[in-house]
Each structure stands twice: as structure tokens, then as C-alpha cells.
Design a protein around this ligand. Structure first.
Ligand SMILES: O=C(CO)[C@@H](O)[C@H](O)COP(=O)(O)O
Length: 231
């Protein structure tokens, strides 16, 4: 079942160590099928170098394992919350990439300090609030998904294809698994450059909106002319 999607999700998961976004078995990537009723996700705790397409786990939107012999990622509930909420999100990724996770641990949103940021994220990359002790007890992974939705608010998810979960790390998404990983790589690069920029010039003001809007619209929406943006 869903053999092609399994291969796509495996390839996207193998891109995480390839692009230096994960250590050991940290991180996970998933994708949803065209009918939007089944999700293929990385198995929990399996080393990337040993992973195969047949190891990918297929779950329904309630998290029930439909096909697979291994346990799905421990972050599955977070991925599923995003698929249920956003019809235009086709792939989700979570990592502990160092620079984005440093911003998340410092509980700071990433300001727009340059045009690289503006090309992909239409504004400040938000960091969520902390989950309350009651929420953690109630259901950490499900509520991490709710927290992402709460933090995005009315922002269309593909205009802000990633956010930071306070004290935890980044979650990113896209039209498919490849697009989600692409956005996770960009988010980590933006986090790295923003950290260095803030050290070089503390208190630097954000990029003015007229430059942000110009750069963002060049790659997205009706004005896009950078070819077909698939991420
Ligand atoms: O954030 C976490 C755990 O808090 C995850 O990224 C794990 O590090 C990977 O978990 P699995 O996907 O292997 O279950």
C-alpha cells in the first residue's frame, strides 16, 4: 500500500542527516496521501542508515496503525494535528537542528534580518508559548500540534512554513515531504544567520516591510517569477 509515498517519505527522512538537521535518530518526516486519509511516517527510534521504505509506518488520521510492523514516530500525533487542520499541508518535518533549536530553547522568535528569510517566510518565525503542566499531562504530542495551530493563528501555513516550539525545536511543513524538508533546511540556515547577525549587531532592526514584501512576493503568489515554487 502507498509504495510510492513510502519511497518519497524514506527519501525525505534520509535528507535530514544528509543536510545536517539531525543527530542519531532525532527528527521525523511524514506525508499524507492524495485522499488525505492516510499518513506515511518514519518509524520511531530507527537509525537512518538502517531505514528502508518497508519500515515506514502507515497510520490513519486518528493515529491507528494501518500498515507496518514498527512503532510510528513519537511525534505522530503532532503531524496528524497539522494534516487535520490544514488541507494544503502535504508533508511535515520535525528536527532538533542546532540553530533553530537554540532559538526555541531561548524562547525567542526569529526576526526577519535579511532577504534570505524574506524569500521563504513572510515575517517573523514565531516561537510558541510553553505548554502548561496540565497540557503536558493531558497529551504532550497532541497538544504540541494544537500549539503550532494556536501560534500560527490566521497565518496561512504555506506563507510561514515552520515555527519553533518553545524549549523543544522546529516543526516545518510544505506541499509534500520534499517541500517540508526544503523548508526545514531553510529554517535552520535562517536561524544560523540570524544568530550570527544578532551577535555582530545587537539590537539591529528588522528588515523593513517594503523589502520583506518585495522579496516574499518574488517567490510566492501571483507575482512569483522564480519558476514553479513547489516547497
Ligand atoms: O522530538 C523528539 C522527541 O522529543 C523526536 O524528534 C525524537 O528525537 C525522534 O523521535 P522518533 O521520531 O524517532 O520517535
Amino acid at each position: 500500500m502507498l509504495d510510492a509515498l513510502r519511497e518519497e517519505v524514506l527519501a525525505a527522512n534520509l535528507d535530514l542527516p544528509k543536510y545536517g538537521l539531525v543527530t542519531f535518530t532525532w527528527g521525523n518526516v511524514s506525508a499524507i496521501n492524495d485522499a488525505r486519509d492516510l499518513v506515511v511516517i518514519k518509524p520511531s527510534g530507527v537509525a537512518y542508515e538502517n531505514m528502508s521504505a518497508s519500515d515506514m509506518v502507515i497510520v490513519d488520521l486518528k493515529g491507528n496503525v494501518v500498515e507496518g510492523t514498527l512503532r510510528p514516530s513519537s511525534d505522530t500525533a503532532t503531524h496528524l494535528a497539522l494534516y487535520r487542520q490544514y488541507d494544503d499541508v502535504g508533508g511535515v518535518v520535525h528536527t532538533h537542528s542546532s540553530n533553530a533549536t537554540s532559538w526555541a530553547q531561548s524562547q525567542r522568535s526569529i526576526p526577519v534580518l535579511g532577504t534570505t528569510h524574506a524569500d521563504y517566510f513572510n515575517g517573523t518565525i514565531p516561537c510558541s508559548r510553553l505548554l502548561t503542566p496540565e497540557e503536558v499531562e493531558q497529551g504532550y504530542e497532541e497538544l504540541t500540534g494544537s500549539l503550532i495551530i494556536e501560534t500560527l493563528g490566521d497565518t496561512p501555513p504555506l506563507t510561514m512554513p515552520g515555527i519553533l516550539i518553545s524549549n523543544h525545536g522546529p516543526f516545518a511543513w510544505g506541499k509534500d515531504a520534499h517541500g517540508a524538508v526544503h523548508n526545514a533546511v531553510v529554517l535552520e540556515e535562517i536561524a544560523r544567520m540570524a544568530l550570527a547577525t544578532a551577535q555582530l549587531n545587537p539590537g539591529l532592526a528588522q528588515l523593513p516591510d517594503y523589502i520583506l514584501n518585495k522579496h516574499y512576493s518574488r517567490k510566492h503568489g501571483k507575482n512569483a517569477y522564480y519558476g514553479q515554487n513547489k516547497a
